[in-house]
Design a protein. Sequence first.
Length: 357
Amino acid sequence: MNSQELRAVTWTAAAEDGVPSVSLIDQTVLPHTLERLDVTTVDGLVDAIVRLVVRGAPAIGAAGGYGVALAMAQAAREGWDRARLDAEVDRIRAARPTAVNLMVCVDRVRPLVDKGMAAVLAEADAIVQEDLAANHAMGAHGADWLLDRVAPGSDRPLRILTHCNTGALATAGWGTALGVIRELHARGRLETVYADETRPLLQGARLTAWELAQEGIPHYVQADGAAAGTILRGEVDAAIVGADRVAANGDTANKVGTVAVALACAHAGIPFIVAAPTTTVDLATASGDDIHIELRSEDEVLEWAGVRTAPAASRGHNPAFDVTPGSLVTALVTERGVLEVAAGELPGVSGTADPRP
Ligand code: MRU
């Protein structure tokens, strides 16, 4: 399958047994197996979000939107009252704490519960369609900006480093940072991609590399620890990453390891770009200090494929995300255009327009 056509999150209306489901590409078994997991209960959806069956900020936002519909269907089957339904929707909303998209999408769909299932599903569908359109817009804006800033007056193809997975799997389709990379490739202006493997769960090595391989886009997978050296040796023109939450001052939470990439880019004097839809910009969060960083199971760093690799006495420290100071973010690409964050153009800092639609 062409990964541009992948849809990580879909709604399946009542199947033969009459029970609707949120259908998810199971990202825990890629790249070796491409299969879907259909969840029919709130417990199943929360578990899928926590285990990263579905992951990536916009994709878990989409899952949260459909999750409201899933909870309504379960409420009807099991006779929940409104308080129970609200409590179950709250569980979906809180399944992961860092990506603001999950909360934004649940909060957008939940008020429609009183209007019925059709209204709820229409809003959840709209979230998906808007994200898809935003990603294509970001791809064009990001590619224009990069070609203008990095290779003005030249037609040479670019070498781009990315961290984690920001592609079709992480979104409603196409991708954010990976959408910019896809756009460069489509324009014949991409030489190669350095995909950080993204420890400890290997979203780069398993998912980004899989998406790139599906489309024949040249790429290397490298250890996260190789990124700074690759950048400082001059082998990269720019780094592009996604975001789980962008605070009002431009501080950006993204997959752990991102800040090291940003520091290396600053040292090397190359652009460090964040590509994220406005649904990821959280003007209610003043700075990165206020972003809740998810701390995941110690086992993810103490074990490999279920086999203990660290000494039995060792403890694991496993923050899933880190915060890159806005001063290190050269530019934020949204569907509405490119904001030069390090230059002080982020809304809320310089007083320019609110990036939300
Ligand atoms: O833990 P994950 O895999 O959900 O983390 C994902 C990331 O950090 C992505 O870079 C981010 O959500 C942006 S996805 C377009």
